[in-house]
Write a protein that binds this ligand. Structure first.
Ligand code: ZN
Length: 260
């Protein structure tokens, strides 16, 4: 079992963004706050993870792409042409065709940027994440909330597997249970984290549950929260997982790979 992080360049967030929409009275309050904020964080990674299991090579998320823009978040993306997902894979001597399956934590632009290189039949996302943007009226906002390539339709899964480690349901990604999807909704409607079970210790590839470990420890909301109640529930469950010794690897934490 091997996990390798690749980042498609970096992004810089408005510090106000990390205060979360609930503390600004909702998304519109946060948008106003962000617009007034002249600052930017240090450059942060956009991790996609190559997971080599005994039976297949899985890619979790696909990072951003050259040309990704921040929209209302005013996030600054620094992604050179040679920092695309395909170029980053090439640095690992991999081609898109060497990836058996792509699984997504969620559909935000900095996680779906490399999707165009893959056959949609090999791309999986939680049904709860895809459904709201698959049809009218959510489809109209897809350019902001789920900017997948035109005509792209991934395969969807339900959390129809057994309860696991404090989560009420799961979805076994691999038949041997070495990679398991856990529902962590809130940041987005069907946000998903991926538990990788290794002899040397379990790892949670946690997407945007929080942007870094201290925020999880403080149960802090960060960014736009699609469902506050579900998000609090996810924060609680993920923290207890982390406290039990599971390595917490969110997508924009520079120190995430050091926890592998
Ligand atoms: Zn996100």
């Amino acid at each position: 079992m091997k996990i390798v992080g690749i980042s498609t360049g970096t992004l810089q967030l408005k510090p106000t963004f990390l205060e979360g929409s609930p503390s600004h009275g909702g998304p519109f309050g946060l948008i106003r706050g962000i617009a007034r904020d002249p600052g930017f964080t240090e450059p942060l990674p956009m991790w996609a993870w190559v997971v080599e299991t005994a039976t297949e090579r899985i890619l979790v998320d696909t990072g951003g792409s050259p040309g990704t823009t921040g929209g209302v978040t005013r996030t600054r993306f620094n992604i050179a042409q040679n920092e695309s997902l395909v170029c980053e894979l090439a640095r690992l001597h991999l081609k898109p065709g060497d990836i058996d399956r792509v699984v997504l934590t969620h559909l935000h632009g900095d996680h779906v940027g490399g999707l165009a290189a893959f056959d949609p039949q090999r791309v999986w996302v939680a049904k709860a994440e895809w459904e709201p943007v698959a049809r009218f009226p959510g489809r109209l906002m897809r350019f902001m909330t789920a900017p997948v390539p035109r005509g792209f339709a991934p395969r969807v899964f339900d959390f129809d597997g057994p309860p696991l480690l404090g989560f009420t349901a799961s979805w076994p990604v691999t038949p041997d249970g070495s990679v398991v999807a856990l529902p962590t909704p809130g940041h987005s409607p069907g946000h998903t984290s991926y538990l990788v079970r290794r002899p040397e210790g379990d790892v949670l590839l946690a997407g945007d549950v929080t942007y870094e470990l201290p925020a999880l420890e403080c149960q802090r909301e960060q960014g736009f929260i699609a469902n506050v109640e579900k998000h609090h529930d996810s924060l609680r469950r993920v923290l207890s997982l982390a406290k039990s010794g599971v390595a917490y690897l969110p997508s924009h934490d520079p120190s995430a790979p050091a926890r592998l």
